[in-house]
Design a protein around this ligand. Structure first.
Ligand code: 4AZ
Length: 281
């Protein structure tokens, strides 16, 4: 955990930090291949915030997605610090630019998956959490829900899907002001292939890519630090369906290390214990 890594950027009338790293402490780098997202294309994207006392700012730490008027889906490792319960978080919905007319909503409940292992973090799997918002959000052109997949959904290898976030855009390069939401298209990589790639570069013979994970990415097309918790969506019959949650990976944008996501299909029944289906989804 690189909790001490605070990067300071200039802009917004002074020196504004983007985010501390909630990630795994693996080396990061490579080109994430992103570009500015058009307004209103990803209206379920949210920014998860923590209060930074020194900076007197609700600082971006992770992404997330609106799956219900009052519930956000994110990664468990984004909520990992034990001293941080619901009161320690806020969620900004409906914005393309971080810190632009900020009005983050309070979080009243944080539900981490019980199988998430704090010591193994994202790499242990079950990297999924739910955040309950203090009040339901009003849907609009800029705020909408993403569709959850059926548990049985199979995502075909090489299907091109999309990932969005305010994370790093290049080796050692946090997103610069005005912190516009980024999007990148990534091909789905089969678990067996992805596991082989990761095993080739490690001393581990055990399974690295677990069944509840999903891989996506290619050279220069990837999510990165600061995107964690955000959605990986694929389109079926003109509907965007969230199949993954940004979770972990080695060197961002590297050919041999696709990004690793929590597989949403594995957790549909767990999500439904807390979040009722929304009308029309
Ligand atoms: C992170 O540290 C992180 N390339 C997010 C995504 C990926 C790697 C690391 C995938 O938050």
């Amino acid at each position: 955990m690189l909790w001490l890594l605070f990067l300071t950027l200039s802009g917004l009338g002074g020196s504004v930090p983007l985010f501390p790293d909630p990630g795994s402490g693996r080396p990061q780098g490579g080109i994430a291949g992103t570009h500015d997202a058009p307004t209103g294309r990803w209206p379920w994207q949210v920014s998860l915030r923590r209060y930074n006392k020194g900076l007197e700012l609700w600082q971006h730490v992770c992404g997330g997605s609106l799956i219900h008027h009052q519930w956000v889906l994110t990664a468990a490792h984004c909520t990992q610090r034990e001293d941080l319960e619901a009161g320690g978080f806020r969620v900004q919905v409906g914005r393309m630019r971080l810190y632009d007319h900020d009005k983050p909503t309070n979080v009243t409940q944080v539900i981490r998956h019980p199988e998430f292992n704090q010591s193994l973090s994202a790499e242990g799997g079950a990297d999924i959490a739910l955040l309950k918002l203090e009040a339901p959000v009003t849907l609009s052109e800029h705020i909408n829900l993403v569709t959850l997949p059926p548990a049985s959904l199979k995502v075909p290898e090489r299907k091109m899907c999309w990932v969005t976030g305010w994370g790093y855009i290049r080796l050692g390069a946090p997103l610069p002001p005005p912190y516009q939401l980024q999007e990148v298209t990534v091909p789905i990589v089969e678990n067996r292939v992805c596991n082989q790639l990761y095993q080739n570069s490690s001393n581990s013979f055990g399974e690295i890519i677990k069944d509840d994970m999903l891989c996506a990415g290619s050279e220069g097309q990837d999510s990165c630090q600061g995107d964690s918790g955000g959605p990986l969506v694929c389109s079926w019959n003109c509907t965007w369906v969230q199949v993954g949650i940004v979770s972990w990976g080695d060197i961002c944008g590297h050919r041999d290390f696709p990004g690793v996501y929590a597989r949403v299909m594995s957790y549909i029944s767990w999500i439904r214990q807390y979040v009722p289906p929304s009308p029309g989804s």
